[in-house]
Write a protein that binds this ligand. Structure first.
Ligand code: DLL
Length: 429
């Protein structure tokens, strides 16, 4: 199976040797990419100047905007004839970022996912329903290849038709599911309405967007699964970059495939373990699209504790993106703060939408939030006290006045893929 003990519990000194060998290989692959040739020249560096992990600091960062500028194939280090697949990132504005894979990349990526699935206890005996998009999004095909490699019975159900998804779980005796946490909640709701018995389920893998401990408890309780957090991004293959083990205390980032730095997003300075900042990754095994010091935009920290499972480096759960931050009347607001407040109020549910508008030159934030089913008895007007409680709690945490509308359970949008709960309409006028 895919428990690679020698690599997953490798000693720090041996790991450094392996990482530096792979770093040198990565740098020499980058020498085929116009962008890096230019960057090396500007920095007065030759690829052979990068030998150790410490040397990494000599290199500039690579940003999402650089990849966008290279659209479509500017970052490929191999000719197109050696590319066996492309995916793109889910860009909402402008051109997406294209990611290419060699046959070797597809194989390495499937291995990483197979290791994750093995880490969470899945085996050939499991039936795995993959409820994410199988198109350009990396979640579908990425997990699918890994699941087959680990010998699971893969059910490539994709997204949509929740009723059919639930019937399949029931009829096929599905033991493990993969979807976004927001879809997981929707699935749980729909299963309860259909009064379907999903007791075959035991493992739920949730990722592609930030989610909280409260959501974990709810998913575990309502779906009867042990819920695992899974992190990844298209530019780093896709899913499978970092994954929880059964300790549920941080995500192991595969140290043989990814070199990790945490930086202050404003100054670019390196931060130490235990300090929260932006994750910067140098992938070590990518052939088609090698990257150096890639700024993910995701906020986390390196954890210091040793994991009882024996595997290496861990990252704390992700709290959002550095570029997610909204500035409302000069105050910085992270969507995760709003979610946190709402989840702490039992009278409201997990479903909400945030709208930001500019009214008479002033920023106004409006939050629609669903009342929880248990607290709704037919009249929203009876829940004035709940509305005031939400407004007060948000003001206490955000230091900001907001408009809150309570809405009936089941009326806000549900998301099959990544949830998009913040709509900033300030640029629309
Ligand atoms: O979301 C890959 C993926 C698929 C991961 C399935 C996990 C499961 P992208 O579409 O490129 O790739 O989006 C990557 O999603 O930079 C984070 O901001 C966010 N993200 C992904 N996983 C998590 C997570 C896939 N577990 C972007 N927690 C990343 C928080 C996450 N944010």
């Amino acid at each position: 199976m895919f428990w690679d003990e020698a690599i997953e519990t490798i000693k720090p000194a041996d790991l450094k040797i392996l990482q530096e060998k792979r770093l040198r290989e990565t740098v020499s692959r980058c020498a085929n990419v116009g962008f890096y040739q230019k960057k090396f020249k500007e920095a007065g560096l030759r690829p052979s100047d990068i030998q150790t992990i410490e040397d990494l600091q000599k290199l500039p960062f690579t940003r999402k905007t650089d990849l966008r500028d290279g659209y479509p194939f500017g970052f490929l280090a191999v000719p197109l004839k050696d590319i066996v697949r492309i995916h793109t990132t889910s860009g909402t504005t402008g051109k997406p970022t294209v990611v290419g894979y060699t046959a070797g990349d597809i194989n390495t990526w499937a291995d990483l996912i197979a290791r994750n699935l093995t880490m969470v206890g899945l085996t050939k005996d499991d039936v795995f329903q993959n409820m994410v998009n199988y198109g350009m999004f990396t979640g579908g095909l990425g997990f699918h290849y890994g699941a087959e490699k680990a010998g699971l019975t893969a059910v490539p159900s994709g997204t949509g038709n929740t009723k059919r998804q639930i019937e399949m779980i029931h009829d096929f005796g599905v033991t493990a599911i993969h979807c976004t946490p927001s879809y997981g909640l929707h699935l749980a709701e729909a299963a309860a309405e259909m009064k379907m018995d999903l007791s075959s389920l035991r493992v739920g893998i949730f990722g592609a967007e930030p989610w909280s401990e409260k959501t974990r408890n709810e998913l575990q309780e309502k779906l009867g699964v042990e819920a695992f957090d899974s992190y990844g991004m298209s530019e780093l293959y896709g899913p499978g970059v970092a994954f929880e083990c059964s300790e549920h205390n941080g995500l192991h980032i595969w140290h043989d495939s990814y070199l990790v730095e945490i930086i202050d997003p404003k100054t670019g300075e390196n931060l130490g373990p235990g300090e929260r900042g932006e994750l910067v990754v140098t992938p070590l095994t990518k052939e088609a699209m090698p990257l150096l010091r890639y700024r993910t935009g995701d906020i986390t920290m390196i954890m210091e504790d040793e994991c009882p499972c024996g595997r290496g480096q861990k990252l704390a759960r992700f709290t959002g993106r550095s570029d997610d931050m909204l500035v409302i009347r000069g105050i910085n607001v992270f969507p995760s703060q709003i979610e946190h407040v709402l989840l702490s109020i039992p009278e409201v549910g997990n479903h909400y939408m945030v709208y930001v508008d500019r009214v008479n030159h002033m920023d106004e934030m409006t939050i629609d939030v669903e009342v929880s089913r248990e607290n709704f008895h037919g009249e929203l007007a009876d829940l004035k006290n709940v509305q005031n409680k939400v407004i007060k709690s948000l003001r206490d945490v955000l230091e900001l006045r907001t408009t809150v509308h309570l809405v009936e359970p089941g009326t806000l949008p549900r998301f099959e893929g990544k949830a998009k709960r913040v709509v900033d309409r300030r640029g629309d006028d």
